[in-house]
Design a binder for this molecule. Sequence first.
Ligand code: ADP
Ligand code: MG
Length: 785
Amino acid sequence: MAKQSPTKLLIKVLQLELANGCQGDAAVGGIAAFTNTWLPSVAATASQSQVCAVEQLSAQFSRYDSLTRQERTSLAQKALELLGKLPNESLSRHSRAPDEGVDWDDPCTVLDGVGAARARLLAGLGIYTVGDLLLHCPLGYEDRSQLTPVAELTHREMHSLRLQITDGGKIARRGRLTIVRVPAEDESGQCTLVWFNQPYRATIYSPGTELLITGEARLSKGLPTVSVREAERIEDLPADWSSCLVPLYPVTAGLSQTMLRKLIGQALTSCTAPPSGVVPSAVEAGRGLKKLPWAVMHVHRPPDQEIAREAQKRLHYEQLFGLQAALAQRRHKIKQHNSQAVVSVEGVVSELETALPFELTPAQRRVIGEVLADLARPEPAYRLIHGDVGSGKTVVAVVAVLAALRAGRQAVVMAPTEILSEQDWSVISHLLDPLGVTPALLIGSLSEPEKATIRQQLASGVIQCVVGTHALVQESVSFSDLAVAVIDEQQRFGVAQRARLAAKGPGTNILVMSATPIPRTLALTAYGDFDVSVLDELPAGRQPVHTELLVGRQISRAYETIIGHVERKGQAYIVCPVIEDNKASYLTAAKELFQRLRDHIFPSLRLGLVHSQMPAAERDVTMAAFRAGDVDLLVATSVVEVGVDVPNATVMMVQNAERFGLAQLHQLRGRVGRGTQPAICVLVSGSRSPEVIDRLKILVKTTDGFEIAQQDLLRRGPGELTGSRQHGIPDLEMAGLLGDTKTLAQAREDAFALIGEDPDLQRPAHQPLKHYLARHIERSTDWTI
Ligand code: ADP
Ligand code: MG
């Protein structure tokens, strides 16, 4: 991009503003902010009399938003006239301004402070261009008029404070942990600021520095401490910092809130081109949506909550519309194929029922009906079957498989790991054996000749049904006539693997099965190109897991419960949030708890310990012992969350439950209650904060995974989102969109209608959308799971 002098930049923007009819949108961050940034640099090279004129202009421009059209026009004209008379080489500029004006479509590296490393971090958030950055929507806002004085800090809660540093910092080391303590105060009292593993913090603040701090307070003996989450120098904040709403952005490790705010601020004041949105104006008009430039400006610098919400909503619409259009297009492409209807669906269910040891649940019947109706149609099925763990998805898959086989065609079932593949294979074999069908198993650990034989028999059609891992999607695997492909535990596969499997037979009917409950809003974004079936009931006879919430000292009651269950031949899990004790943290560590329980609390029980840092072989031995009933009590970290199936386990106790997401706790709870004995889940909260207790109580009240997932996503604050990108959530920015079901529904309706009318996006009004989709797909297809 050509270097431009501030004068030229101002001229460019003001001319654009006049051409646009002085709507205030020629600069993304607003005309007032733009002129405020650049006019001072112009003044630096002007003559004395011109300086006065520039300053006057500057003052008038700062009220630009409240001027009438006519006043704006005459002000812009006056400014252009003056700028025309100035020397044009003034390259010195305001100290915090970026080097030059930037464009909406420029890569982020044009911004000051963005090199290759930071650009990579931004890319991790889906931000590649200045425009992406400006569309990075805050999750919420911090109200800085609400500061806590030191004297009013409350234990273990987050606070914002305005503090002055009183002395130099001290560094202490404990194991691998570096702890920096810096004394600070406000009028009401003194406290100590604490940073972990950031030794430079000890020296960067000289006494007297004023900071705005956000962090978690600890009140025990001595001075209160604040474990700092965010620190900003007051002098670096905009003049109106205490009265404005400060955006809280989704961030990522290595890219702080402060840095994102700086970068977005920079983009706002230096981006000269208006945003290129993807929503055609006809759609905008139809929904009565505000224009995009307005939203970009106000979402980052809102004067009040109401405007912030409206601006956010408009940006959400922009993003959701783009995503939904991509989904609509993908669906359109898939449904275009001809799947040669699998006609012999009649009789398949009754045939299978003769071999089933149980009655199908009504939910299974309904979903099987939906799947068979898909198969009977000439376009390919493309369906997600969604149901909690244990809801009986395998039987549904088997019906589809059998329908393919009875039509004389082939079927494949793919699972993410060898263990799960073997598990599926044994269940499916068991069901199909009596009907004279023997499925093959294709996994990586077979010998090469064995694999070669299976591949050859799949290609020739001798094998009709195969179960396996992603070994199935390798190029060397081909089918003679693939009709049905089932993908189990779909959340663990990438889109690419799914697509490769589908490509094994053009027009293959695709069924994907997922046990991760996700809320409807997210399902519509992540799986929005699928038809969805939900298995919303468990087979009869299962007992819901009774859930209790304990706070702090009531823990001995939980230990009594465990003894009771073990005496009745049950087994128990105790899950801890961390492996190793860390003196600076109050969290219960698995290793320490294991020793304490073994030596003092349950000396008569057989205990085991598993965590992610021990060798896999050692972990497998302990898990096998637990499965065999040779271990009564298993102390673990969240490694037990997936894949472990021990029907005899009846107690799940979670330490520091506040540290886990609700959906994750629900998965942990799903490890028990898999047998016939009543099971219990005990959540131990290390926090008494009403918010935490409220959140955990959701699990006490309901065992509905979907309800829990929805609540989880609505409640997860930006803080929690930073560290824990939960498995199965496609995109961080997506989380901010989830509360907004109505906007999603509208964007989806509009986008699907648009693709229905113009599938290849040939109309002129749809070109920005076409461009966006091309770019989006080029970057990554894995934004949907
Ligand atoms: P998931 O949905 O987790 O894949 P599975 O299909 O593995 O669940 O089923 C879990 C267990 O429930 C299996 O042991 C299966 O045999 C059993 N099951 C499935 N459907 C029924 C039913 N209608 N009645 C009783 N048991 C069932
Ligand atoms: Mg399953």
